[in-house]
Design a protein around this ligand. Structure first.
Ligand SMILES: [Zn+2]
Length: 233
């Protein structure tokens, strides 16, 4: 294998390493993020505590209504029991009864309102429970799949890195240094494959002399325009 072939293979290995590293980083990120699960769980907790509060409010209102109804029954017993005959007293009792009935009616309105709200909250809670279960299942499936991919990509990466090490051992230090410098400055593409006499990356034609030298593998030739190392297959 001549130096240019080695350096071209090195570029392929480096691009594969970058690609695999990117894939592994992305998997790591996906595994550490929980999507919307945490947010939905938080909302579910809030809805649950809201329902608890409203259930308490409902029970309190029901007790108030029951107490008021007991008082109305007592008043009715006094009004129609025949014990009290004084007209003024009876009128006062009647007024009290009317007032308490009004109170019952307004408490019943409140009760109805809180019951409707509880219904709505329960339906929202059910939706959130469903979404949580769904997301948890998806996440668990994904975790298995991502873990498998992680294993595959890591094994590939290890393999390519060892191939890279073997290639580096073949390449003279000065050529390797030039490659590394160009790789840094040229977005990972330090080597350009010649297409005819044209640089495969910048599309500028190579002068005849350079072309002949490159093809013969006599020396390292760089593109006159983009300075990449020329590789002739
Ligand atoms: Zn070029």
């Amino acid at each position: 294998m001549n130096d240019m072939q080695s350096i071209f293979n090195l570029q392929i290995a480096d691009l594969q390493i970058d690609d695999l590293q990117e894939k592994l980083d992305s998997i790591k990120e996906k595994l550490s993020s929980d999507g919307d699960l945490e947010m939905i769980k938080n909302r579910l907790d809030k809805i649950k505590s809201l329902i608890e509060q409203k259930e308490l409010q409902k029970r309190t209102t029901e007790r108030t209504i029951s107490d008021l109804q007991d008082k109305i029954k007592e008043l009715q017993a006094l009004l129609y029991g025949g014990v009290i005959t004084n007209e003024k007293e009876l009128q006062a009792l009647e007024e009290q009864k009317v007032f308490l009935s009004g109170e019952v009616s307004s408490q019943e309105d409140e009760l109805l309102e809180v019951m409707i709200e509880i219904d709505q909250d329960v339906s929202s809670k059910d939706k959130h429970v469903l979404a949580t279960e769904k997301l948890t299942a998806i996440k668990s499936d994904e975790s298995v799949r991502f873990a498998q991919q992680q294993d595959e990509f890591s094994a590939d990466l290890k393999q390519i890195k060892s191939e890279r090490d073997a290639l580096i051992a073949l390449i003279p230090a000065d050529i390797l240094a030039l490659y590394e410098k160009l790789k840094k400055n040229k977005g990972g593409h330090a080597v350009s494959k010649l297409e005819g006499r044209i640089c495969g990356v910048c599309r500028v034609e190579l002068p005849v002399k350079e072309f002949q030298d490159a093809r013969a593998g006599l020396r390292l030739v760089q593109c006159n325009s983009c300075r990449r190392i020329i590789y002739v297959s």
